[in-house]
Design a protein around this ligand. Structure first.
Ligand SMILES: C[S@@+](CC[C@H](N)C(=O)[O-])C[C@H]1O[C@@H](n2cnc3c(N)ncnc32)[C@H](O)[C@@H]1O
Length: 469
């Protein structure tokens, strides 16, 4: 960051503007909107500039700049057309540690004046750090379009209710949730339609309902658990519901497979508890995770259990909610895009195809007593696609078992590492060669194996910018 973004209170404070032309007039108007007392120094000045010095109880000095003009002012803006004068003002102000802005000369500025989108009392400031005024303008236009005009009225309405809401809902987290739901809900939409009175009535009704709930909550301190699938990694594959709950949770228990990018989208002040594999690769035992969920929910918290992919597909989500059901804790389940769907789509491999595959099987390649425990006769059949989760370590066993049970040795196979993420890699080979190819590329978990004639379609259907490893 090149500049510290701050909003400076200049109400009633003398601020110096050197220059009286068109640029100075724009700065004078801005200082006036912020409530400053404007002192202008310039041999000549536009009438509107002079008028602003009068209306803000400032002064107009009709002469050249002199160093004593810097006495007793809070900030300085140099807007003359003489670059030598501008440079001198900058140097003198800097020596006195006064914040100074020289219009259109970032190297002489101690502060810059951002472009603004105003919905008073809301001000949105935009700066490209002096790099591109055109880009600043483009961003301003976008924000102008995206933020409804009514936001100013809405901010004022919210401000007028602050004290009442605070006394009606004592719990900080509940209060924050109330504000969040309000900002996205009916009250906002009524304000934006100009129906302010109706908005006030609806606000009161909603506050009464929530404060009644808050009383109930104080008596019965049971929270809720949301078991949510975060998809295979690309944050844009999150569902809208997942995103909403990620922003509403008090605490999040998350796995190794939930990508860092997705974790940055969780509500910033929610507590984050990692329950995946730790540095020494010891997973937090499932039983402990189940107990933690119950423990936090019993404290009255909204607990988000965030899992990679879909929680009901090789995610042990069923076990977690069984424990919650036994403990009488309310829960919701939100499906996610499983890695089979995500990896196949991003690798350009349709899981079914009228010509090559009429069914698809999701199986685990996780080793039990050092061997995958699977029905090989069924898996080795033609005209189907096999998707093998957690199968990387057992790949040599899996390929030789499938060949032993009748699958052709030249059946195409793909292994997708870090599917849907920017660093996705894909290895394709025949069943008999896939293990060697995967070792040569040094693929690591998480990786998903896809076996079937559909894999050959990747040659023409690959679209994601990954590379054949
Ligand atoms: C414990 S399972 C969890 C599966 C998850 N519930 C789902 O629906 O995708 C973990 C396995 O999922 C697969 N996996 C999950 N995310 C993946 C990704 N982004 N790329 C490749 N494989 C992935 C790997 O096979 C990994 O070993």
């Amino acid at each position: 960051m090149d500049f510290l973004p701050i909003f400076f209170d200049v109400r009633g404070k003398p601020c110096l503007l050197v220059g009286g032309g068109e640029v100075a007039a724009r700065k004078a108007a801005l200082l006036n909107r912020a409530g400053a007392r404007i002192t202008v120094v310039a041999p000549e000045a536009r009438e509107d500039v002079i008028a602003l010095t009068v209306s803000t109880e400032g002064e107009y000095h009709q002469r050249e700049f002199q160093p004593s003009d810097l006495d007793n002012v809070y900030l300085v803006i140099a807007a003359t057309s003489d670059s030598a004068v501008n440079a001198r003002i900058s140097e003198l102000a800097d020596a006195r540690k006064l914040p100074v802005n020289v219009v259109d000369q970032p190297s002489l500025c101690q502060f810059i004046v951002p472009a603004i989108v105003e919905r008073a009392p809301i001000t949105i400031a935009i700066s490209t750090g002096g790099n591109s005024p055109v880009l600043t303008r483009e961003l301003k236009e976008r924000i102008e379009m995206a933020v409804p005009r009514g936001y100013g009225d809405f901010a004022r309405l919210l401000g007028s209710w602050r004290d009442e809401v605070k006394s009606a809902i004592a719990d900080d987290q509940q209060r924050t949730r109330f504000w969040e739901s309000l900002i996205k809900g009916e009250v906002a939409s009524l304000v934006f339609q100009g129906k302010t009175e109706q908005a006030q009535t609806t606000f009161r009704e909603q506050l009464q309902a929530v404060s009644h709930e808050a009383d109930k909550h104080r008596q019965d301190k049971t929270g809720e658990v949301w078991l949510v699938g975060a998809g295979p990694g690309d944050p844009e594959l999150l569902t809208l519901k997942a995103l909403r709950l990620m922003y509403a949770a008090d605490i999040v228990l998350y796995d190794r497979l939930v990508s860092d990018e997705i974790m940055t989208m969780v509500r910033p002040d929610a507590e984050k508890v990692f329950v995946g594999k730790e540095a020494k690769h010891h997973p937090v035992p499932q039983e402990q995770i189940n107990q933690k969920l119950v423990h936090y929910a019993r404290q009255g918290l909204k607990v988000l259990r965030l899992k990679g992919g879909d929680p009901f597909i090789f995610g042990r989500g069923g076990e977690e909610i069984e424990e919650l059901a036994e403990a009488g804790i309310p829960f919701q389940v939100v499906p996610g895009i499983t890695s089979a769907s995500g990896c196949s789509a991003y690798a350009g491999i349709p899981l079914t195809h009228r010509d090559y595959s009429q069914s698809v099987r999701f199986v685990t390649g996780h080793l039990k007593d050092d061997r995958p425990d699977l029905d090989w006769n069924m898996l080795a059949k033609e005209q189907q696609t096999l998707v093998i989760y957690m199968g990387l370590m057992a790949l040599p066993v899996i390929s030789s078992k499938l060949i032993d049970h009748g699958m052709r040795a030249d059946m195409p196979v793909a292994v997708v590492e870090q599917g849907t993420r920017a660093n996705q890699r894909v290895v394709t080979a025949t069943l008999q060669d896939i293990d060697k190819a995967v070792s040569a590329a040094a693929l690591k978990a998480p990786a998903l194996i896809i076996v079937g004639a559909v894999v050959k379609l990747r040659k023409t259907l690959a679209w994601f910018g990954d590379q054949e490893a």
